[in-house]
Design a protein. Structure first.
Length: 163
């Protein structure tokens, strides 16, 4: 199992073409069976990865924030909504997101607002969710960022005898 984020990124670059083919194969796999397999592999891999040794998701990704996320961040920061929004966010065509990377609430690879973090952050890397087919593109994009995703995909390749 690979836990070093730098090594994951290096290996991901080497597997780019292979992963394009693998994603195409996964698109044609039975969705329910794929979900079950990925959920099982996620449950096997996740306990072996120390997210605070990595923090890549907080360094390289910025979640879209819901109204509830913004309310929770106001509680965590003791800021009024207008102040929080003006200091930490920006709006694009898809919604409100943090205006900087890494996440402004990341310190020493730990979330300083952990108990009030956005729902998307709490759910990352989303491998426990149903309907993997709808998230295949994003999962494969995050393969080079998240050691959990990297290891789940690599184990899935072995189980499916893909090469």
């Amino acid at each position: 199992m690979e836990t070093d984020p730098d090594k994951v990124k290096e290996l991901a670059r080497l597997h780019e073409e292979e992963n394009l083919r693998f994603k195409t194969l996964l698109k044609h796999r039975n969705g329910h069976k794929l979900d079950l397999q990925i959920h099982r592999l996620h449950d096997e891999v996740a306990p072996h990865i120390d997210c605070t040794a990595c923090g890549n998701c907080c360094k390289q990704l910025s979640p879209y924030l819901t109204k509830d996320d913004l309310k929770n961040l106001c509680i965590a920061t003791d800021l009024e909504p207008d102040n929080l929004i003006s200091i930490y966010t920006e709006t694009d065509a898809e919604g409100v997101t943090f205006n900087m990377l890494p996440c402004p609430f990341l310190a020493d690879n730990k979330c300083t607002v952990y108990h009030h973090r956005p729902g998307t952050c709490a759910s990352f890397p989303h491998l426990h969710k149903p309907d993997t087919h709808s998230r295949l593109r994003r999962m494969m994009e995050n393969y080079e960022i998240c050691p959990i995703i990297f290891n789940v995909v690599e184990m899935l390749k072995v189980e499916m005898q893909f090469k």
